[in-house]
Design a protein around this ligand. Structure first.
Ligand code: COA
Ligand code: AMP
Length: 637
């Protein structure tokens, strides 16, 4: 098939295109109303269709005779466990857990928060919610109790599903005590905490709201999937915005299923029955879409990997998993490859494994640098495909559509627009930018199916954040340019969001925490280059003249405060004390300038700067401390 004509069809006649694609999934009621505009001039897909994600992921395949096919391979080097879970077994686990949730009063339209490590019960919990029409909100394990409490207060879950603990490289993550802390801190109190006790070890603290997961499943009856409107929210996934408060992206049901099914065939080039591995975490959008829903809808065996690219036990672990489980297509973040490359620069581990099952290696989550792309291509000898998308889109927006036509790969580009996405580079005034000219990446409405419905209980923020900047377009928050062949190059965020190891974080949120320290007069937090993680946050603080603690103590306390409030995932390790911050005459801190000086990019000193001398002061602070900070980037050994 040829990419250009397939893509143009999706843009010129979106309704016909997506109606055809919607036939690839099963509906309890087929949609007739394909595309509709709501009162906010935003579009919804398949309004009158009815389906259920849990049905599509499980029951349909059993009905079609694939009950004994493996649905999930759980591979956990951190616990030395491998488990093969068939669709029949998945059905048993999910339908009984759904019965348990129902017995606790959870029903269609309720919300349920899931805070779990990478264990099968995390997937069971998501699919059990989807079975009942309960809207789940999965929170990544690297977030601290305070972040959990913020999300509990925002989505008001009837129940929280968690596990006793998770296992990181160096330590045990005490999930249940974190949930207890969050329950204390939040104003809204969920009715129950359903606890999966991993080792059946007695808990030190049992709360009145605790329900034992295994007991609940044992005593409950299986339930059937509920018929849901296509536009019924399947989940809320919080992501960082430009303010201190995360935003709850809402996903629909039927549009999502259609888009995911489409993407498996045409973007990832995977056939039904093959093995697919999204090496991410269920707490991120990559995990929602490409560990859980897309592979299972497409009747692929999904790999659930509880480990890291290195140190579990070493940099060979990815290649062992691909070879042992015959993975056809894999998706990971460039950071993971950089970590492996650092430990095994010549690919000695790779040579020990038979990777002949692998057709494509996909990369996403952050910009892929040329060296990482080249190394991966040289080592794996399969097409290495960078592709770009976001929590908001739910599935790829730019890619090389491997299942349609594999186009030449251009280093530095995340490819061409995926079907359904009319991607434009706009200038300041919303006019298309010329080829090779950097601008704002926006997508002409309507977005294709599967993209965000709204922000949970905050339509104002949704409109302001995405739709108002360029009327008629969805604004992605990323900058970039298109070359003369239509390849798009993403250059990075144009707002205060940073990307650390493929994790999206808000510097505004970090600034709120840093500035709340009693000895801090003002501060700026921004992302600087990191060899391993792409970016890392750096805080510059100006102290109050009469500060109480020593500078060293203040630096340590600030680092601890961010870790405690946001979590270890923030990777916030560096605070520098400066005399003043560079500002415009109107008092705006020049963060971009601070970042550019730190990264030694060329920078222009804005004519609006209040006092040029500050630049020399900042440079001298950087010069004194940067060797230490950059060495830390290399601390992975
Ligand atoms: N639960 C609890 N804590 C977690 C966690 C989780 N699920 N994931 C990460 N953390 C913690 C880590 O233990 C670490 O804590 P520390 O400061 O005490 O060491 C901190 O959060 C930062 O984690 P991370 O950014 O992952 O760094 P790392 O040094 O532990 O590992 C890599 C480095 C490269 C191995 C790791 O970043 C990686 O695997 N990256 C791939 C990224 C990825 O898959 N992104 C998903 C988007 S597609
Ligand atoms: P998230 O919502 O956490 O998936 O993060 C989405 C953001 O990550 C995007 O807005 C981009 O800034 C960045 N991103 C994701 N994939 C890529 C990519 N392939 N190239 C460049 N940036 C990317």
């Amino acid at each position: 098939m040829d990419y250009n004509s397939f893509y143009q069809k999706s843009i010129n006649a979106p309704e016909g295109f997506w109606q055809e694609q919607s036939n690839a999934i099963e509906w309890f009621q087929k949609p007739k109303n394909i595309l509709s505009k709501n009162t906010d001039d935003y579009y919804h897909w398949f309004q009158d269709g009815k389906t259920n994600l849990s049905y599509l992921c499980i029951d349909k395949h059993i009905k079609d005779g694939y009950g004994e096919q493996n649905a999930i391979i759980y591979d956990s080097p951190v616990t030395d466990t491998k488990k093969f879970i068939t669709f029949n077994e998945l059905h048993q686990e999910v339908s009984k857990l759904a019965g348990g949730l129902q017995s606790l009063g959870l029903k269609k339209g309720d919300t349920c928060l899931i805070y779990m490590p990478m264990i099968p019960q995390a997937i069971y919990a998501m699919l059990a919610c989807a079975r009942l029409g309960v809207i789940h909100s999965v929170v990544f394990g690297g977030f601290a109790p305070h972040e959990l409490a913020i999300r509990i207060d925002d989505c008001k879950p009837k129940a929280v599903i968690t596990a006793s603990h998770g296992i990181e490289i160096k330590r045990i993550i005490p999930y249940k005590p974190f949930v207890d802390q969050a329950m204390e801190e939040s104003s809204f109190k969920p009715q129950n905490v359903i606890l999966y006790n991993r080792d059946n070890a007695p808990l030190s603290v049992v709360k009145s709201y605790d329900i034992d997961y295994s007991e609940l499943v044992k005593k409950s009856n299986p339930v059937e999937p509920v018929e849901l409107n296509s536009t019924h929210p399947s989940y809320i996934l919080y992501t960082s915005g430009t303010t201190g408060t995360p935003k709850g992206i809402i996903r629909d049901t039927g549009g999502y299923a259609t888009a995911l099914k489409f993407s498996m065939k045409y973007v990832y080039g995977v056939e039904e029955g093959e093995r697919y591995w999204g090496a991410s975490d269920v707490g991120w959008v990559v995990g929602h879409s490409y560990i859980v829903y897309a592979p299972l809808i497409n009747r692929n065996t999904t790999i659930l990997f509880e480990g890291k690219p290195i140190k579990t036990p070493d940099a060979s672990t990815f290649w062992r998993v691909i070879s042992e489980h015959q993975v056809s297509v894999m998706l990971t973040a460039p950071t993971a490859i950089r970590a492996i490359k650092k430990e095994d620069p010549h690919g000695d581990f790779i040579k020990k494994y038979d990777l002949s099952s692998l057709k494509y290696q996909f990369l996403a989550g952050e910009r892929c640098d040329a060296a990482t792309l080249k190394w991966t291509q040289d080592q794996l000898k399969v097409p290495v495909i960078d592709h770009w998308w976001q929590t908001e889109s739910g599935w790829p927006m730019l890619a090389n559509m491997a299942g349609v036509e594999l186009l030449p790969i251009k280093s530095g580009s995340a490819g061409k627009p995926v079907c359904g996405y009319d991607i434009q580079v706009l200038d300041e005034n919303g006019s298309p930018a010329a080829a090779n000219t950097e601008g704002y990446i926006a997508v002409k409405l309507p977005l294709p199916p599967g993209t965000l419905l709204d922000i949970w209980e905050n339509t104002q923020r949704f409109k302001k954040g995405y739709l108002e900047r360029f009327p008629g377009y969805y604004f992605s928050g990323d900058g970039g340019y298109k070359d003369e062949d239509g390849y798009v190059f993403i250059t990075g965020r144009v707002d205060d969001i940073i990307n650390v190891a493929g994790h999206r974080l808000s510097t505004a949120e970090m600034e709120e925490i840093v500035s709340s320290h009693a000895d801090v007069a003002e501060c700026a937090v921004f992302g600087i280059h990191c060899d391993l993680k792409g970016q890392q946050p750096l805080g510059l603080v100006v102290l109050k003249t009469n500060h109480v603690h020593s500078m060293k103590d203040i630096q340590n306390q600030i680092v601890q405060n961010v870790r405690q409030e946001i979590g270890a995932v923030a990777s916030f390790k560096n605070v520098l004390i400066v005399q003043r911050l560079p500002k415009t005459r109107s008092g705006k801190t020049l963060r971009k300038l601070l970042r550019n000086i730190a990264d030694e990019h060329e920078y222009k000193i804005p004519s609006t700067i209040d006092d040029v001398l500050i630049i020399d002061e900042i440079k001298s602070v950087y010069q004194t401390h940067f060797i230490g900070i950059h060495n830390q980037n290399k601390l992975i050994n």
